[in-house]
Write a protein that binds this ligand. Structure first.
Ligand SMILES: NC(=O)c1ccc[n+]([C@@H]2O[C@H](COP(=O)([O-])OP(=O)(O)OC[C@H]3O[C@@H](n4cnc5c(N)ncnc54)[C@H](O)[C@@H]3O)[C@@H](O)[C@H]2O)c1
Length: 322
């Protein structure tokens, strides 16, 4: 039985609390949040609330989820590693590349797993799409275009949309293409947030392949879609409804035939936490490695630099240039 804890029980962390409390091989030893109003959540899931996360770490959890605001990930993760915990840090790993790298080195030196919550990899529709691509059915994938839009919920204040939501799609597109972007160009707007709240990223991958992300907090409706263009076929994946349509040429004419693929539905967070718990139990490597999340952060930081200078930025150059 793994002892688990959650640091930060807000919009995302409360789901970690719920899911851990449902996993048979876990015992939730506590929830840490400075907001005493989270007592109700702790009571509901039969655990203790600590208003200081150090008190939670004193309970000796084997694994902690860190779902406090992004700017706090570094300190909480450092303290949790020092306390001997394995980690699941919500995405993005940090807002700062040097801090992210330090965390990964600290975890490695301590022999602890540091998984990052790139939850969309655990969306069953993404698992199915990855298999469709691997089977060669789409041919060679030339470009993956992701749309992730919705109204601003007023919660995330510490980072703009590139780091908050763009991170998901940088990771997803790179995962689907099984490649890393060489450079990124980004256009952005700022209308309702203190950072950018609408951004379009164009990532350049080796061999002329591209990844395009439109992400916005200015849209009146929510959509999370992947458009995958292959040399043979085209796939449309709806992440919210967990649906995949594959469009194929119609030999009878010019129309495209759309076929709906079977996706075994499931809760992405539950699949993610089960996976991380399993990694801790058998010492295996998480599907999304810490290096993957550092790469995703590097692309997002390069995109922010691109907004600033109005030109394409090589991935890694944004940090080198300071
Ligand atoms: N994987 C995903 O799909 C996903 C979705 C939403 C948010 N997130 C990530 O989760 C993190 C939190 O986002 P959110 O939307 O839940 O924010 P939120 O503001 O709803 O929740 C943050 C919580 O952390 C608590 N907190 C603040 N300081 C703390 C401290 N020192 N110790 C413990 N708790 C503290 C706050 O009281 C609050 O309850 C961010 O990094 C965000 O990027 C990931």
């Amino acid at each position: 039985m793994l002892k688990v804890g959650v640091i930060g029980a807000g919009s995302m962390g409360r789901h970690h609390v719920r899911v851990y409390s449902e996993l048979e091989n876990c015992r939730l030893v506590g929830v840490a949040d400075p907001d005493p109003g989270k007592q109700e959540l702790a009571d509901k899931h039969g655990t203790q609330l600590f208003t200081d996360y150090h008190a939670l770490l004193e309970q000796g959890p084997d694994l902690v989820s860190i779902a406090a605001p992004t700017v706090m990930h570094y300190q909480a993760a450092r303290d949790a590693i020092s306390a001997g915990c394995h980690l699941l840090v919500e995405k993005p790993i940090s807002d700062d590349l040097a801090k992210a790298q330090e965390l990964v080195e600290l975890a490695r030196a301590a022999g602890k797993i540091i998984a990052i919550g790139h939850i969309e990899r655990f969306n069953p529709a993404v698992s199915e799409l990855k298999q469709i691509i691997a089977s060669g059915e789409l041919g060679e994938v030339l470009t993956v275009n992701n749309l992730r839009v919705g109204p601003y919920h007023g919660r995330i204040a510490d980072t703009g949309i590139v780091l908050d939501l763009g991170t998901h799609d940088v990771d997803l597109i790179s995962y689907l293409l099984d490649a890393r972007a060489e450079s990124v160009f980004c256009n952005a707007m700022q209308r309702v947030h203190n950072h950018e709240d609408h951004a379009v990223l164009q990532m350049q991958f080796p061999a002329g392949r591209t990844g395009i992300i439109e992400t916005s907090w200015l849209a009146p409706y929510r959509a999370r879609n992947i458009f995958c263009v292959g040399t043979k076929h085209f796939a449309l994946c709806d992440l919210m409804n967990q649906l995949i349509l594959v469009y194929e040429d119609n030999p009878e004419g010019n129309n495209l035939l759309a076929g709906l693929r079977h996706v075994e539905r499931g809760e992405p967070l539950k699949r993610e936490l089960e996976h991380v718990v399993q990694c801790v139990m058998d010492g295996s490597q998480p599907l999304c490695t810490a290096e993957d999340s550092i790469y995703a952060l590097s692309v997002c930081l390069a995109a922010l630099k691109s907004i600033e200078i109005g030109a394409s930025v090589a991935v890694g150059a944004a940090q080198a240039a300071g």
